[in-house]
Design a protein around this ligand. Sequence first.
Ligand code: PCA
Length: 325
Amino acid sequence: MNKLMTVIAAAAFAVTGVAAAKAEKWDMPMAYSGSNFHSVTGAEFAKCVTTGTGGAIEIVTHPSGSLFKGNDIKRAVQTGQAPIGERLMSAHQNENAVFGFDSIPFLATSFDDAAKLWKAAKPTLTKILEDQNLVLLYAVPWPPQGFYFKKEVNSVADMKGIKFRAYNAATARIAELTGMLPVQIEAAEISQAFATGVAESMISSGATGYDRKVWESLTHFYEVDAWLPRNYVMVNGDVWKGLDDAKKNVLTGCAELAEYAGTWRAVEYTQFTLNGLKSNGMKVGPAGDTLKEELRQIGETMTKEWLDSAGAEGKAIIDAYKAMK
Ligand code: PCA
């Protein structure tokens, strides 16, 4: 809690001491809808920083990919087009397999395990991002991932030929291994994709299905708890270097609070959104035993593949995680 105390102290100082300092406005691109809990957490974080710095840094969030599309956010922050932004970490898995540490099927399937896995992976990811001129501020998990379809599915054979919306390399690989046809689409655009038949299924959280009202096109949600991927917030490295310690302390203190609060929201939102899918007419429940077993085998294949591509850094993360269990 030390950092939080620093935030409070810095806020008091900022209000009384440096009220005359020049105010900066930071636009913060985010990929998901404004009502999504990650976006809500980002908005609260922004407020915390604005308050904490006595208005010297005013962060303004831009959800729904309205300022930069999801896929462009990391580059925008790296190059300084935006000082700060939020992105799905595993979306960078093609660039470096380590970014996909949180999308390995059935490795960490609960919030507790996902927290351990994050603890194991954070130092490595902080370093990888630092080498890319990015400072990692906080990361918050999505609820567990399950499968959405527009028909009953009891086995991998039932999935053959279905158009599957993917959001990262791991989800595209699942499509390949199950005989589905992957198409990469940002969450902000999936309602449209399902309505027009561009996609007919996906793996995602109850939260995203709820946010995007997928019951308008889809009928089944199978809870398989495949993994809990993370969004993270990053700051441009040069912008960070230009800050004094008081401002850095406010940012890291607010980030710590945001990681706790966002995770809390993710937990709370899990059952709420599954209930929401149900009350809007979807069939929600666990996958059958055949499907579960087939997915477990696919998970084994993907774990091997990830370990091969993520090398020693990847293995060290998994070893550190297993040692915490
Ligand atoms: N929602 C995001 C990523 C994971 C999730 O639950 C999406 O579907 O794009």
